[in-house]
Design a protein around this ligand. Structure first.
Ligand code: PGA
Length: 253
């Protein structure tokens, strides 16, 4: 059974104090309002991880994730964060390959493949991001582009390990722009991703993988997107910074 996942990506927002207030609000509201079938994840800035994990530790349906991770286990990598550090801060998920990291930090498919493998080996669940630019979509190359991202970063995994990955399809043109992919566009890509996973790992594995949609998801459009058969959840940026909106998205299944 694939999991219903609503993950918030806080990006570089919120002071520690404001982040803890948001985490408390989300955790309290989730226990009162959100079905226990939905896993909510707060992917916070690194320095918030430990304290936010403390707030969420008794929650049944809220957990914590990091926004990035090094492909190295430890050592002289100034400013980087290791899998063990993330785990020791109480987090269990990690976003890997967000388009902002790919664009501003030049992360490559090979580097992301190494990170996904290391995260799994250490016991973290990777949320692997893929998605095309507007230019690529307008050239009608989005399906091939995303398939190549999957192939170069995930297809070396064993089928057992592949089952441990969560995928987020995030068309770059929809991130932070207020423009959302239509539910048809999202379903088309999610199905294509699932078919591509089925081709490599078998249908049974593909059917177990949660594929999240990301890109201007908000309470007003969440229900229609989440109603699509291959959209299993969301990765939410802007709307995860307001507890009410984030909770309302998680109630939209
Ligand atoms: P957005 O961001 O919801 O603000 O568009 C999504 C993301 O980048 O994960």
């Amino acid at each position: 059974m694939r999991k219903k996942i609503i993950a918030g990506n806080w990006k570089m927002n919120k002071s520690l104090e404001d982040g803890l207030a948001l985490a408390s609000e989300v955790t309290n509201m989730a226990s009162d309002e959100v079905s226990s079938e939905v896993t909510m994840i707060m992917c916070t800035p690194d320095i918030h991880l430990s304290a936010v994990s403390g707030i969420a530790k008794d929650a049944t349906n809220v957990t914590v994730g990091a926004q990035n991770m090094s492909e190295h286990e430890s050592g002289a990598y100034t400013g980087d964060l290791s899998a063990e550090m993330i785990i020791s801060a109480g987090a269990s998920f990690v976003i890997i390959g967000h388009s902002e990291r790919r664009e501003y930090h030049f992360e490559t498919n090979q580097q992301l493949a190494d990170r996904v493998k290391l995260a799994i080996a250490k016991g973290l669940t990777p949320i692997f991001c893929c998605g095309e630019s507007l230019e690529t979509r307008e050239a009608n190359e989005h399906v091939g582009f995303v398939n190549n991202q999957l192939k170069e970063s995930l297809f070396d995994l064993s089928a057992e390990d592949m089952k441990k990955v969560v995928i987020a399809y995030e068309p770059i043109w929809a991130i932070g722009t207020g423009v959302t992919a239509s539910s048809d566009q999202a379903q088309e890509m999610h199905l294509s991703i699932r078919n591509s996973l089925a081709g490599q790992f078998g249908q049974e594995v593909a059917d177990e993988i949660s594929i999240l949609y990301g890109g201007s998801m908000k309470p007003a459009n969440a229900q229609e997107l989440l109603a699509q058969p291959d959209v299993d959840g969301g990765l939410i940026g802007g709307a995860s910074l307001k507890a009410r909106d984030f909770i309302d998205i998680a109630k939209s299944y």
